[in-house]
Design a binder for this molecule. Sequence first.
Ligand SMILES: [Mn+2]
Length: 324
Amino acid sequence: MPELVQQLPDGPIDFIGDVHGELEALQRLLAHLGYRPDGSHAAGRHLVFLGDLVDRGPDSPAVALLVRELVANHHASCILGNHEMNAMLGKKRTYNRWLGHHEGMSGPLEHAPQQVATNNERVKILNFFRTLPVVLEHNALRVVHACWDDRAVEVLRQAGPDADVVSCLRVADDALRRAKLVGASDPCAKANLNPIRRLLCGPEIPAFEGASRQTVRTPWWETDHGDDRACIFGHYCRVFLAEGTAAEIERREHPFGSMKQRWTWASKRTICVDFGISRRWSERLAGQEPDLFQTRLVAFRWPEEVLVDDLGHEIQPEPADTGV
Ligand SMILES: [Mn+2]
């Protein structure tokens, strides 16, 4: 079992946002970044994956096993995302049919092919997830899947060197359930007060009238005070694809929904590196030409502070206040 808060290596790092089973995009991005097939880099660069390696895309097992190999060979580090947590909790959803079940809601994602893991692969992958930390940091950077929260990170530090993240999450859920028996019921309590859920899924607020869900995500990065270190995170898919009423509701509910220019920092010190490849399956189903994909897998290069996407474009992210 791992320490849940670990140190980032010194030296140049490429932070890779949510991959969601998009093996080809990952392989192309690694080549654009100058990584050799064995994961080494001539300039001694290190890879950091921001979580959500799996689900929705065509080959989750291959992505998870590739990253496992890179981590084993000390070319990469990887933190947990909410999708790895869901897999460890045994949640069966349409988007994680690669785990070998046939459950889930009906909908277009059902028609997107997913490579199914063998029993042996599934065991290897779930064991790998159990070795992953939730947070990485050094004196200049903070890295988390969805939301940096000092108090939640402090709880993880207290968990010590041999913590089981699944037990930590369940213990906190149980405590909240007991508290709810004697206190007021708050639909956001689980997301906001369970430290693991807060770091992996981000805070939520009660939804406004007309929203599609009871609670909606909120832009924590606008009030991220008190830590001068830059924060790199993923999770908040920054690309909107569909048109029409459903897409309008989605934009209203989305913390980046009002964003006009997506290649920006989230705020002065925070940058979200999830550029929507979780939805590439829907572009593929719609028959989109690969050259015209709007979704991207993106790396944020440190200390250069440039973004590189899976099509090989290098983009200088704009300051947060120009695009929003
Ligand atoms: Mn996520």
